[in-house]
Write a protein that binds this ligand. Structure first.
Ligand code: ADP
Ligand code: MG
Length: 321
């Protein structure tokens, strides 16, 4: 048995956009400043005596690396997508470590922070590989896109007249390879940053069963729910840029959800209230977590987290009692 301090684990997932506010360029200062802000709100969970695991998206950051690949391909070898995801895990993990450590030091709390470069197993025969659907990287001209399709085997898409983009598969996460190390470090009281960008997608190679990276992206909300279940988290929190989840979102009859049961949320899901690619995967992630035995889920914004923990904000999801 691993060492445990007996405190419950909370897993907090945040979007890659959390590091770049609207109108910002997304340089390192922007990332650092926003990380300081978001980590300040995470301190409420430390003060409430949780063991903390943090996951995050990487959309804008991996998009920039793909653009760098495009711009420098004649001089520097381009790296495959799994490697770029690993790069963003290191980059954003460092930024989060620095911000978290400074907050802990400022409060004279003696806890450590570690980032795990995380591989996530997906099925080699996941149907997503037959039907790549996730546009990534910079907008290209038709000529550029077709050249890459022919040379590199890319799937490409004419994206609503805005230009051409590469499409990759978004397979379902099956298992987080580093789950036991993440769980044990969290149980010992260390703050763990893991599964950045949804984790590095790997498969078991057919020939010899060895692990091998694949050029795909895994939805970070779905990976977070798999990890939350695997490490026995009590609470899964998804932080985003809205304080609550709404029914009839964006319509005059829009209404915020305060607390919902699993049955209620599944009915609302079936009615189509949660947009594909944004709120949809977040709600799905929480539903999966509750079905896997999780007790509670919460969706809110960093600014409302402390109030939400007091039951005064956010959308709360209640599992089977
Ligand atoms: P993140 O980077 O945190 O993953 P997303 O943009 O993917 O953020 O998802 C959050 C967005 O989901 C919100 O900004 C909002 O516009 C959108 N959204 C779609 N449907 C809903 C809904 N029913 N309630 C609240 N937000 C919704
Ligand atoms: Mg998202």
């Amino acid at each position: 048995m691993s060492e445990t301090n007996g405190r419950p684990i909370v897993l907090v997932a945040m979007g890659g956009h959390a590091f770049i506010q609207r109108g910002e360029k997304g340089d390192i200062r922007d990332h650092e400043k926003n990380a300081v802000g978001i980590c300040a709100s995470l301190m409420t969970l430390i003060e409430r005596d949780y063991n903390l695991v943090v996951t995050h998206g990487n959309g804008p950051q991996v998009g920039n690396l793909l653009l760098q690949n495009e711009l420098t391909q004649d001089n520097v070898p381009s790296m495959p997508l799994d490697v770029l995801v690993a790069n963003t895990e290191g980059f954003l993990g460092y930024v989060l470590q620095q911000a978290l450590l400074n907050h802990l030091r400022g409060r004279q709390i003696k806890r450590y922070v570690v980032t795990m470069i995380t591989q996530v197993l997906v099925e080699r025969d996941d149907p997503a590989f037959q039907n790549p659907s996730k546009p990534i990287g910079p907008f290209l001209t038709q000529e550029q896109a077709e050249e890459r399709r022919d040379r590199l085997g890319w799937k490409i898409l004419d994206d609503a007249g805005r230009g051409w983009r590469r499409l990759v598969a978004s397979p379902r996460p099956v298992r987080v390879v580093q789950r036991l190390m993440i769980r044990d470090s969290a149980r010992a009281g260390h703050i763990v940053v893991a599964c950045g960008g949804g984790g590095i997608p790997i498969v078991r190679r057919q020939a010899d069963n060895d692990y091998e990276g694949v050029e795909a992206v895994i939805d970070k909300d779905l990976t977070s729910s798999v990890l939350a279940a695997e490490i026995g988290a009590e609470l899964l929190i998804i932080l985003t840029d809205v304080p609550q989840v709404y029914v009839h979102y964006g319509k005059p009859e829009q209404k915020a959800l305060g607390a919902v049961t699993l049955e209620e949320i599944e009915r609302l899901q079936a009615e189509g209230h949660f947009a594909k690619g944004s709120m949809g995967p977040k709600v799905e992630a929480i539903v999966n977590f509750l079905k896997a035995g999780g007790k509670r889920g919460l969706i809110t914004s960093p600014a409302r987290l402390a109030d939400a923990m007091d039951g005064r904000a956010g959308t709360h999801f209640i599992g089977k009692i």
